[in-house]
Design a binder for this molecule. Structure first.
Ligand code: GLY
Length: 237
């Protein structure tokens, strides 16, 4: 029997680039793990994300650095196992402060798709600077929300159907990231549960949510695919 503390609050993700001693934090993001609107239904690999998170005060990022990321890096270095790479903290903001749910040593999906487009400077150059032992300067956009919704095969996560023609997303403001896709008879078709993600940027979470819903409702067959319409709801409410 495993007894866990019940933690109440909003979950969010923080990614840091780490060179063994120093870390650079990326904008915070929030995933939506349940299949259906209102965070109902089975857990999935993530049905959508947005970033940054306007519902959190600006100090949250520095708290993440000082209370979570830096202590972990310092402790690993002190143990003779300095960590180099992407450190992903899955966190929850409770009434008693930040708590860690999990760590991963990679960036998150689908959060990466809404975090990396915000970077105004070169990621490769930043990684090389960090590996050279210096803290790089990463410039992030700060006037928009990036919000993306995952299009999954109908029946996902249990019986997602493969081989369905991909929706054509032609909106000029949509950024499309492909995941579970393959070719069949020289055509792109679905192959796996989460097929693609459509991301837009807008001045607010509500505007971004409305725009992505408009694009998907207009272009995606609801019999063949499933997606959420409430990505970003925690920021809106
Ligand atoms: N967003 C969840 C994960 O990448 O594990």
């Amino acid at each position: 029997m495993l007894v866990e503390t019940f933690l109440e609050g909003q979950e969010f993700s923080a990614f840091a680039l780490v060179n063994g001693r120093q870390a650079v934090l990326m904008p915070l993001a929030q995933d939506h793990k349940r299949l259906r609107d209102g965070d109902e239904g089975p857990n999935t690999g993530g049905m959508g994300a947005y970033s940054p998170l306007p519902q959190f005060p600006s100090e949250t990022a520095s708290q993440v650095m000082t209370t979570v990321i830096q202590p972990v890096i310092d402790q690993l270095a002190a143990m003779g196992a300095p960590f180099v790479g992407f450190l992903y903290a899955g966190l929850i903001a409770t009434s008693e402060g930040l708590k860690v749910i999990e760590f991963n040593v990679r960036m998150g999906d689908p959060e990466t798709q809404v975090v990396l487009p915000q970077l105004q400077t070169d990621l490769g150059a930043a990684i090389l600077t960090l590996l050279g032992g210096q803290k790089p300067r990463l410039d992030w956009q700060s006037d928009s929300i990036y919000l993306g919704t995952v299009i999954a095969s109908a029946g996902y996560p249990r019986n997602g159907k493969d081989g369905v023609a991909l929706p054509g997303i032609t909106a000029a403001d949509a950024m499309v990231s492909y995941a579970g896709v393959t070719t069949k008879n020289s055509k792109w078709v679905s192959h796996g549960g989460r097929v693609m993600m459509v991301t837009v940027k807008a001045p607010s979470v509500l505007a971004a949510q409305k725009r992505v819903n408009q694009i998907l409702d207009h272009n995606v067959d609801q019999q063949a695919y499933t997606w959420r319409h409430d990505i970003g709801h925690s920021a809106i409410s």
